[in-house]
Design a protein around this ligand. Structure first.
Ligand SMILES: Nc1ncnc2c1ncn2[C@@H]1O[C@H](COP(=O)(O)OP(=O)(O)OP(=O)(O)O)[C@@H](O)[C@H]1O
Ligand SMILES: [Mg+2]
Length: 233
C-alpha cells in the first residue's frame, strides 16, 4: 500500500507535524494507517506514550537504518497507507526510506535558507531515483506560513537556486496553535475541544485540504507504466 515519506535535512521544517496531521486525517476517514517513526527522538511514539491514540492508527518505532526497509515493507503489508517521519538530517535511513516511497513530501518554511535545505532534499530524491531506476514522485509543502504575510513563493525561491520543475502543494500548512496543541494535549485535531485551543475549525479545514491534495498528488504523480507490447492495452 502507498508509502508517503516526509523528508528534509532542515530541523524544525515541520516534518513530524505535517506527517502526523496527514496520518490522523486519513485514519479519521476510516483508513488504516501506520506511522513509521524513524526519528531517533521518536516524537510520535512519545505522543502515544503520553496517552495519544486514534482509531485505525498504528505507530511503529524504527530503531535504525538496518531495519527501516523491513519496517516499511511490514507496515505496507498491514495498512492502507504508510507514513514515514524521518530525522532532520541526511543519513542512510533517509536514503533507504526515500527509495521505498510512492510520494516524498518535503516540508519547508518560506525563507531562502530553508529553501536551500529543501533543495538538498530534492537532490537526494533525484539521486535515489537513479539508484532505484524509477522516478520517485516528490512535492514541496510550505509549512508554518502566516496568513498575513504573502512573500515570494518557495517554488520561485527554489527555481532561483536552480531546482527547476519543482512540484509543490497548492495547500500550505499555516502556523496554527492547534497544530502544536495536538502534541501538548496528546490527542488528534478531531479529539481537540474548542475550550483547549482557538481557531480549531480553520486548523481542521487546513489539515483536511492538505490530506485531500496529498491523496490527489499520490495518484497524479505516479509514473505511467511503459507499454511493453505495442497495441496491447
Ligand atoms: N504548522 C505549524 N503550526 C504551528 N507550529 C508548528 C507547525 N509546524 C511545526 N510547528 C512547530 O515547530 C516545531 C518543529 O516542528 P516539527 O517537529 O514538526 O519539525 P520537524 O521537521 O519534524 O523537526 P525535526 O527535524 O527536529 O524532526 C515544533 O515545535 C512544532 O510544534
Ligand atoms: Mg521531526
Amino acid at each position: 500500500m502507498p508509502v508517503i515519506v516526509f523528508a528534509s535535512p532542515k530541523g524544525g521544517a515541520g516534518k513530524t507535524t505535517s506527517a502526523f496531521l496527514l496520518a490522523t486525517e486519513l485514519a479519521n476517514r476510516n483508513m488504516s494507517i501506520t506511522i513509521v517513526d524513524a526519528d531517533p527522538n521518536h516524537p510520535i511514539e512519545n505522543w502515544r506514550k503520553g496517552g495519544g491514540k486514534a482509531n485505525n492508527l498504528t505507530i511503529m518505532v524504527n530503531k535504525n537504518e538496518e531495519s527501516i526497509l523491513d519496517d516499511i515493507d511490514t507496515a505496507a503489508g498491514e495498512s492502507d497507507f504508510v507514513i514515514v517521519d524521518l530525522e532532520g538530517t541526511a543519513n542512510l535511513s533517509v536514503a533507504y526510506a526515500i527509495s521505498r516511497a510512492d510520494l516524498v513530501i518535503v516540508p519547508s518554511q518560506r525563507s531562502t535558507l530553508d529553501a536551500g535545505e529543501a533543495a538538498k532534499a530534492l537532490s537526494l530524491v533525484k539521486r535515489q531515483s537513479s539508484v532505484a531506476r524509477r522516478e520517485i514522485p516528490v512535492a514541496l509543502l510550505l509549512t508554518r506560513t502566516s496568513l498575513a504575510i504573502r512573500s515570494k513563493g518557495l517554488k520561485r525561491m527554489l527555481e532561483s537556486l536552480g531546482a527547476n520543475k519543482v512540484e509543490s502543494f497548492i495547500v500550505e500548512i499555516n502556523e496554527r496553535e492547534a497544530f502544536k496543541a495536538v502534541f501538548d494535549h496528546t490527542c488528534t485535531l478531531a479529539q481537540l475541544g474548542d475550550s483547549q485551543v482557538s481557531g480549531l475549525d480553520k486548523a481542521r479545514k487546513n489539515s483536511a485540504e492538505f490530506a485531500a491534495e496529498a491523496i490527489q498528488k499520490l495518484d497524479s504523480l505516479q509514473p505511467k507504466k511503459p507499454k511493453i507490447f505495442k497495441g496491447v492495452a
